[in-house]
Design a protein around this ligand. Structure first.
Ligand code: HEM
Length: 474
């Protein structure tokens, strides 16, 4: 066992072997809240040989994510990460901060700018997805009285990333695409088996890994290997067909970096893990947010009506939206932000780690301390939201009716590790949500007044699976 360093944040003593294991799992947010009430906004939870330091409340978030992010820009070395990203923790999500990571992040942004024009026009890639997106919902609702939009969202969202990385989208019925979706979804199902959002922490509990490792752990590894093999075959294809003067997509740009640079910042194995990261960080998060968005507008018909009115005024029925349109649709944009606040789908985001000794909230954190940002504490803070438990888009509207930023709103994390796909995600959320409501009216199934707003914990906090009625607005 490990003793606490000097002047370390206080916390529950923990039981022998299992430490504070009983504190994670269901009702995670409530348990964190209770501990913060006892120990303060910064406290430690001990598990095996590791101290997790939980941070709550806007002041600590501001310090770690905005004011002094550098010492907090590492990632903890967790067993689960090593299983799927190798001993060197390749890719982007779980790597240490340093020249390699900075180079990968920089390349991501420059490809993003290249595929669009500056930071604009990337939305063209999403807009080309809209016709099949709408058609898929139409077909489903013609065939069935009630529908579950999950698979449509899965296809649309993965296609955007496929276009970005591979240079092409797939038709939703394509067998190869179905396999890719299947492997990607299996990964999240297996993660769910290992305590959902707290799964990375669980990998630290002594002896417990002996139970989950042979089953869920193997399955998780298997899913990642299958996805990596798929990505690997795309890389092979790109090597054969690429034209050095006309790079088509992320893989072409990456291969070009590999061949033109002498340092070892880029490698093919890293490329595979990086693309794997795009899929695993960028699909379930976006799909889940869209599912919450549908749920909240179904449960709040007055809000849905206001969005319909905004869409009718700005777009009418036949024009596809573009991302710029959000500037004329403040209520719609504010609704999406409110969905992200209220759903709080990544309650501990991705864990950070200190890469040098640092003082936080009056305590000393040695190098290598694992930081658990508890987002519920800011997204539901009564200090920052008038009625945090209520779904209310006006949280994000200023007195003049314009969308305003809110400091205690960080759905994409922050600091040097802020979500790499944030701009893609924002554009997807806006364009898929608007297009859906432009074409359809969404209602609860017959006999149901409201959909259940309680979450279940998968890779993220998700709504329980639900059916809705989709009515064409034509
Ligand atoms: C609504 C959708 C999304 C949400 C809510 C979300 C949220 C997050 C959060 C909370 C983090 C951790 C940030 C931190 O450590 O402080 C993160 C990291 C990341 N996200 Fe997203 N994300 C979304 C969509 C995407 C998309 C579409 C991509 C596409 C590439 C993506 C790629 C990444 C990557 C690569 C990282 C790791 C960055 C790093 O460690 O340096 N995400 N995301």
């Amino acid at each position: 066992t490990m003793t606490k360093p000097k002047n370390f944040p206080p916390g529950p003593v923990g039981l022998p072997f299992i430490g504070s294991f009983h504190l994670i799992g269901p009702n995670f947010n409530k348990k964190i809240e209770k501990m913060a009430a006892i120990y303060g906004n910064i406290f430690s939870v001990k598990l095996k040989n590791m101290n997790f330091v939980c941070i709550c409340g806007y002041d600590l978030f501001a310090e770690v994510m905005n004011e002094n992010p550098k010492p907090y820009s590492g990632r903890p070395k967790l067993l689960m990460y090593e299983l799927t990203r190798g001993p060197n923790l390749e890719g982007v999500v779980v790597g240490q901060h340093g020249p390699r990571l900075v180079a990968q992040r920089k390349l991501f942004h420059s490809v993003f700018r290249h595929l669009g024009i500056g930071n604009k026009n990337f939305d063209k890639i999403i807009v080309q997805e809209l016709p099949e997106f709408v058609e898929s919902i139409e077909n489903m609702s013609e065939a069935n009285q009630t529908v579950d939009l999950t698979s449509t969202f899965d296809c649309a969202v993965l296609n955007v990333l496929a276009y970005y990385t591979f240079g092409n989208r797939y038709s939703y019925g394509d067998e190869k695409f179905k396999w890719l979706i299947h492997c990607n979804n299996e990964f999240f199902k297996e993660v769910e088996q290992v305590f959902g959002v707290a799964f990375t922490i669980v990998s630290f509990i002594p002896y417990l890994h002996k139970i989950w490792l042979p089953k869920a752990g193997k399955a998780i590894q298997y899913c990642c290997r299958e996805l990596e093999a798929f990505i690997g075959s795309e890389i092979e294809y790109h090597k054969k067909t690429r034209d050095q003067n006309h790079p088509r997509d992320f893989i072409d740009f990456y291969l070009e970096e590999m061949s033109s640079q002498s340092s070892k910042l880029f490698s093919e194995s890293d490329l595979r893990k990086t693309v794997l990261d795009f899929f695993q960080a960028g699909t379930e998060t976006t799909t889940t947010t869209l599912k919450w968005a549908v749920l909240y507008v179904v449960n709040n018909p007055d809000i849905q009506e206001k969005i319909h009115a905004e869409i009718d005024e700005v777009l009418g029925f036949d024009k596809w939206p573009c991302y710029e349109d959000r500037l004329k649709m403040p209520f719609t944009e504010a609704t999406i932000m409110e969905v992200q606040r209220k759903a709080n789908i990544a309650p501990i985001g991705v864990l950070h780690s200190t890469n040098k000794a640092v003082k936080l909230g009056g305590y000393n954190l040695p190098k290598g301390t694992c930081i658990v940002p508890c987002y519920h504490s800011i997204h539901y803070s009564p200090k920052h939201w008038k009625n945090p438990n209520q779904f209310d888009p006006t949280n994000f509207l200023d007195a003049d009716g314009k969308v305003g930023t809110r400091p205690a709103f960080m759905p994409f994390g922050g600091g040097l590790r802020i979500c790499l796909g944030m701009n893609i995600a924002k554009q997807e959320l806006f364009l898929f949500f608007v297009t859906m409501l432009q074409h359809f009216k969404l209602q609860p199934p017959p006999g149901v007044l409201k959909l259940d707003e309680k979450y279940v914990s998968g890779g993220t906090l998700q709504p329980k699976s639900y059916q809705i009625v989709v009515k064409s607005r034509r």
